[in-house]
Design a protein around this ligand. Structure first.
Ligand code: SF4
Ligand code: SF4
Length: 559
């Protein structure tokens, strides 16, 4: 370790680190554009210039290692003047189109302009014009005039995504970012360059021009696209999810997420195909009914079968709380040992960065909280066979996202009574006898356990009727913040979905009044006191970054 002094603060530092890293760890922020903690150092933007005593020139903080006795100034007159010069230089050819730029509100250049620039330009010549709408690939658009040549995107594609698809051409003020000849910016992680870009040069083709940043709320959540469970922020305006962005978690996804998770895991929440009310099959057709009627019907029918004729299918897309309550309902209240779930594996669809072959967020958790057959119970394959042979007559599924193999589909046609919790209308809901509208991951509290055994917390980002009525007023306070309910809100607010655990609590308490739960947290606390792997955990302990459940217990888990 070495001793250095930054802005009068004595710091013990690791000599392998640079001034910008050591300062950051000590809470001293040095402005920068091109430096990023996970990319190689390019030192080209010059925004992080600092004064090092006894050094004739200003030093580039991102490229200068700390040495013993070093005295650094990050805010003196010389440094401030240099920063102003750098900002003036960067802004010479910048189009200054913040009013129409997607990045406005979260742009480093805009923020630094307020903080570190003189506020006026001495440049009164014509600016260099460059293309403003370049489709770099299927998901990313370039506005070349806004690019400040920091090279973060180039380094990301090369060093993190291992697809060197971006390059610079030309020199000086004609320099331009482009794709390599014959290439597109097209890789599973291409959209991370949108957040990496410190200005509005790279934008998401899916999100651009949809909303200003300050019009949206951001709620911490977890991606449901695979067993990695990348940490995300869910961005919402008027109860509609407009984008997902990665949330930093060094133990799970670092700064990144994949394009699949970013684009394909939230549109089903907004979709017009959502199941908006409970559906019961009457005279061959599914008709909308009220909650009381549907719960009474489900309970009656469940009790009309011999308990061994009933089987339950849990879901790796549903939370630990949902699966725990389901296992308890099936095994203890209905009293059948036949319960299992199906993971959704895509062999070969895995890489060394983030993407996992298991395309569900909670396989590990579903098993851990009890979704497996009891002694003499049937597993998933055996349940299908038992339906074919008419041994199992009633099937209860808590999710509609289950691979519809030929074998499973042909068995389902033979079932006497099919109960499904569903978020969206699809092939499976079309053949169900009862469809119970379930909240999506974005509308409820709960936890998932990722493939590493890390328990992570999801929180409601958008509201349903249920959320309005029963939770903490969060949805209404959002409305206050973002304006009066509009037509779209009113339409969606008719979406009377409920969290799966709550639906199961309704069903269970109609059979045994003691089976009643009022919140996801109450269920989690019960899991933490009864399931060894979760012992002692609370939502508070899980926090924003998650907690790994105990390895010893996990090792005993058969998955
Ligand atoms: S497009 Fe953005 S990230 Fe890429 S070099 Fe330009 S400013 Fe940097
Ligand atoms: S790697 Fe998996 S969890 Fe992460 S963003 Fe992609 S699909 Fe979602």
């Amino acid at each position: 370790m070495v001793k250095i002094n930054i802005d009068g603060k004595e710091i013990e530092a690791d000599p392998s680190k640079t001034i910008i890293e050591v300062a950051g760890e000590a809470g001293i922020s040095i402005p920068h554009f091109c430096w990023h903690p996970r990319l190689s150092v390019s030192g080209n933007c010059r925004m992080c210039l600092v004064e090092v005593e006894k050094s004739p020139k200003l030093a580039v903080a991102c490229a200068t290692k700390v040495t013993d006795g070093m005295v650094v100034h990050t805010e003196n007159q010389r440094v401030i003047k240099a920063r102003e010069a750098v900002m003036e230089f960067i802004l010479i050819n910048h189009p200054l189109d913040c009013p129409i730029c997607d990045e406005a509100g979260e742009c480093k250049l805009q923020d630094y302009s307020y903080k570190y620039s003189r506020g006026y330009s001495r440049f009164d010549d014509d600016k260099v014009r460059k293309p403003k709408r370049v489709e770099l690939g299927p998901n990313v658009m370039l506005d070349a005039e806004r690019c400040i040549m920091c090279s973060r995107c180039v380094r990301f594609t090369d060093e993190i995504a291992s697809k060197p698809q971006l390059v610079f051409t030309q020199r000086g003020d004609r320099i331009e970012l482009t794709t390599a000849p014959g290439e597109q910016l097209d890789n599973p992680y291409s959209m991370n360059v949108v957040e990496l870009c410190p200005v509005g040069a790279l934008t998401s083709r899916d999100f651009r021009f949809k909303a200003r940043v300050w019009e949206m709320s951001a709620t911490e959540s977890i991606c449901t696209g695979c067993a990695r469970g990348c940490n995300t922020n869910v961005w919402v305006r008027n109860n509609e999810i407009l984008r997902l962005t990665p949330r930093f978690n060094p133990d799970v996804n670092d700064y990144w997420m994949c394009d699949y998770g970013r684009l394909n895991t939230f549109k089903c929440v907004n979709s017009e195909t959502r199941v908006k009310a409970p559906l019961l099959r009457r005279n061959g057709d599914l008709v909308e009914v009220g909650w009381e009627e549907v719960i009474a019907e489900v309970v009656n029918r469940l009790q009309s079968f011999n308990k061994m004729e009933v089987a339950g299918i849990g879901s790796p897309f549903r939370t630990n709380e949902d699966n725990y309550i389901f296992a308890k309902l099936i095994k203890n209240i209905i009293g059948t040992p036949h319960i299992d779930f199906l993971s959704y594996l895509e062999q070969g669809e895995e890489d060394d960065l983030l993407i996992r072959a298991d395309k569900t967020p909670n396989s590990l958790g579903a098993r851990e909280v009890g979704v497996f057959p009891n002694q003499n119970g049937l597993n998933f394959k055996q349940i299908i066979k038992a339906i074919e042979s008419k041994f199992i007559k009633c099937l209860y599924l808590i999710d509609d996202r289950i691979p519809l193999t030929e074998e499973f589909t042909s068995a389902l046609v033979k079932i006497d009574y099919l109960i499904i919790h569903a978020t969206n209308i699809n092939k499976l809901t079309a053949i169900a006898d009862v469809v119970l509208p379930a909240s999506t991951y974005a509308e409820m509290n709960g936890t998932f356990t990722n493939f590493q055994g890390r328990v992570q917390w999801i929180k409601p980002a958008v509201a349903t009727v249920e959320l309005d009525r029963s939770l903490d007023g969060m949805a209404l306070s959002r409305l206050d913040k973002f304006g009066a309910p509009n037509d779209r809100w009113m339409k969606w607010n008719k979406r009377d979905a409920r969290p799966t655990w709550r639906i199961l609590s309704h069903v269970g308490s109609a059979i045994n009044p003691k089976f009643r739960y009022n919140s996801a947290e109450e269920i989690f606390n019960e899991i933490a006191s009864s399931v060894e792997a979760f012992r002692g955990l609370t939502y508070k302990k899980i926090g924003s970054r998650g907690v790994k459940i105990r390895q010893k217990v996990l090792a005993n888990t058969k998955i």
